[in-house]
Design a protein around this ligand. Structure first.
Ligand code: SAM
Length: 195
């Protein structure tokens, strides 16, 4: 039985270029792109994480527009993707919400372009997920997840490696690749669109 996958886009605590810990601003495009990728790869929830109240309110306005406002009447597909979105103040709240929704606490898998030990390989991760694991995938913003965002029980997924030495993917590109790698075992489980 396939497991449950949820995704969290973390805006705090994340790293600034100078190594300090900041709260990054939410990017509208990130929410659209990640919601669509989450819907495409069967994620049950997409958590937008920020402790900044004004940012939470902005995110909720965007979600409302696409789930029940004018946007939902223009684009039903986007309404479905946005229906996965929840806005929370921290990773712990997202994990607690997952525990409530699924009845089990999620495994937290953090991601970064920099390899961290102990790393979980994509085949191991995909196999665990396909075998029924409940997973909350943590994606960072700015210059990546700060250590404080990664709780004691969290595993680091192996980094996506490109070709050559350059490795600076946007979180939108990285999320799609990560979701595809995690669903490799159940690839083809989606039926092609009928149209
Ligand atoms: N390169 C930094 C990093 O990966 O931590 C900057 C962060 S990048 C703008 C935003 C997020 O995309 C990262 O926090 C991570 O979640 C994801 N990401 C980016 N490149 C990745 C890679 N090569 N492998 C895995 N995740 C990646």
């Amino acid at each position: 039985v396939a497991g449950r996958l949820a995704v969290a886009l973390v805006h705090h605590p994340v790293l600034h270029r100078d190594g300090s810990v900041i709260a990054a601003a939410i990017t509208n495009t990130d929410i659209h792109d990640l919601a669509r990728s989450c819907a495409t790869y069967g994620a049950s929830r997409f958590y937008v994480v920020t402790p900044v109240t004004a940012q939470q309110q902005m995110a909720l306005r965007i979600v409302h527009h696409w789930v029940s406002g004018a946007g939902s009447r223009k684009n039903a597909d986007r309404a479905h993707a946005f229906s996965l979105v929840e806005v929370v103040d921290c990773v712990g709240t997202a994990a607690a919400r997952e525990h409530t929704l699924a009845g089990t606490p999620p495994l937290c898998w953090a991601t970064s372009a920099r390899p961290r030990l102990p790393g979980l390989s994509f085949p191991e991760a995909a196999q665990a997920l396909d075998g029924g694991a409940h997973v909350l995938l943590l994606l960072g913003t700015a210059f990546g997840l700060a250590d404080e965002a990664v709780g004691p029980g969290t595993s680091w997924l192996e980094p996506i490696l490109g070709h050559g030495s350059y490795n600076h993917l946007s979180v939108r590109a990285a999320a799609a690749i990560l979701l595809d790698r995690l669903r490799t075992h159940s690839a083809g489980s989606q039926t092609p669109p009928h149209d």
